[in-house]
Design a protein around this ligand. Structure first.
Ligand SMILES: NC(=O)c1ccc[n+]([C@@H]2O[C@H](COP(=O)([O-])OP(=O)(O)OC[C@H]3O[C@@H](n4cnc5c(N)ncnc54)[C@H](O)[C@@H]3O)[C@@H](O)[C@H]2O)c1
Ligand SMILES: [Zn+2]
Length: 372
């Protein structure tokens, strides 16, 4: 089967527009635009040791067009998002002659693109940034939409700013080196968007799931392109999350609380969101919603092989839910599916009702008998 060509989208935002390329062969297709973007300028190239070892040749076609190239490095994983990393990079950029027209190109996963976007947004009050996201999660979600940030000991993403990338080039050729867990977690983010915003994408994921989980670049191409297109369209309509962009948080209300209660790092983000989607489906079914969607999503999550939950204390999860950034005095806000392709956001549910459901849900999720 010949691969579908990479797709090109534009995402208009309050300060201009982002150009997004996604799919198999995206880098070759976007090389001309990338070269034009760096032509004659100082290029800061930010990556991590692991990604550079695996895919460090990816920016080669772009480097030659720059006036000068300065290599920057950040650690692999979430620890890249320490504020001290941003300060160190700002100082290196200043020491290496960074100017307002310098460019920052980020090659790595979502942690690196979050850090790189933040660094670019802050340096000299903002220089242009482009991302070459190398994880599925970053290709379908983190690198798109302009949210950037770093972590504090008090919580994840507590310091950040909106700074949209000029270009995002998501080539699925880079995903072949990802472990299965990372592919599974990225797919959960694609599924969350497909369920509420793109029914045809959900059908494609159902059809191709085995190849997607195996990191097959040809199968991943159209999924990355479609999911990136869905995210871009939602962000373009609601750049600062005053409404509909909240749909992208489907599964994340409980998901974030599960991550926090388990201790960060003990439960992969995508797996936590998968459990959050199951819980949101339960809440939706109570209202008589999602009758068409619930069986399909449940079957798909079963096939993904999401591991059982670790044993978690219901009171700790409830406390984490109430600390949610989006909680109000009346309760926590939920995104619930109404039917395939349609969701509702901002649904405030009182804690008592959630507390009653949570214990049995956590117990069932932790039991291997559930077959996950
Ligand atoms: N800004 C947003 O809108 C947004 C949205 C979702 C998530 N995020 C953020 O994204 C981050 C998670 O990103 P992530 O899941 O990409 O993880 P990550 O960036 O931490 O990467 C995980 C690991 O995968 C390695 N890796 C990267 N590419 C690889 C490849 N092609 N092959 C093999 N290994 C590779 C990395 O070196 C790292 O060790 C979180 O910090 C989260 O908050 C941001
Ligand atoms: Zn997520």
């Amino acid at each position: 089967m010949s691969p579908e060509p990479a797709a090109r989208f534009t995402l208009p935002h309050p300060r201009g527009e982002s150009v997004l390329w996604g799919g198999s062969g995206a880098l070759a297709a976007a090389a001309g635009e990338l070269r034009e973007w760096v032509a004659g300028r100082r290029l800061f190239l930010l990556s991590t040791p692991r990604v550079r070892a695996l895919h460090g040749d990816a920016p080669a076609p772009v480097r030659a067009a720059a006036a000068a190239v300065v290599e920057l490095s950040a650690p692999d994983g979430e620890i890249a998002k320490e504020p001290a990393e941003a300060v160190r990079l700002w100082r290196e950029m200043a020491a290496h002659g960074g100017r307002r027209d310098s460019r920052l190109l980020c090659l790595g996963g979502g942690s690196l693109t979050d850090l790189g976007g933040f660094v670019a947004g802050g340096f000299l009050r903002g220089i242009e940034v482009a991302h070459l996201p190398t994880t599925l999660l970053a290709q379908v979600d983190a690198a798109i939409g302009g949210k950037t940030g770093v972590d504090l000991p008090e919580g994840k993403n507590l310091v950040g700013l909106f700074h949209h990338p000029a270009l995002v080039v998501a080539d699925t050729a880079w995903l072949g080196t990802l472990p299965r867990e990372a592919l599974r977690c990225g797919l959960v983010e694609a599924i969350k968007m497909a369920a509420l915003l793109a029914p045809e994408l959900l059908a494609r994921i159902e059809r191709d799931l085995d190849r997607l989980l195996a990191g097959d670049a040809t199968a991943l191409g159209p999924v990355v392109a479609a999911a990136a297109g869905v995210k871009a369209a939602v962000v373009a309509r609601d750049p600062e999350e005053r409404g509909e962009r909240a749909l992208l948080n489907f599964g994340h209300t409980l998901g974030h609380a599960l991550e926090a209660a388990a201790g960060f790092g003990a439960l992969a983000h995508g797996d936590a969101v998968a459990w959050g989607i199951r819980f949101a489906l339960d809440l939706a079914r109570e209202r008589g919603w999602a009758a068409d969607l619930a069986p399909r999503l449940t079957a798909l999550l079963d096939r993904l092989g999401v591991p059982p939950l670790p044993p978690l204390d219901g009171a700790a999860v409830l406390a984490a839910l109430q600390r949610d950034k989006k909680a109000t005095e009346a309760g926590v806000r939920w995104v619930l599916p109404e039917r395939l392709g349609q969701g509702r956001w901002g649904i405030v549910l009182p804690p008592a009702g959630i507390a009653a459901r949570l214990g049995p849900f956590l117990a069932a999720g932790a039991a291997p008998a559930r077959g996950l």
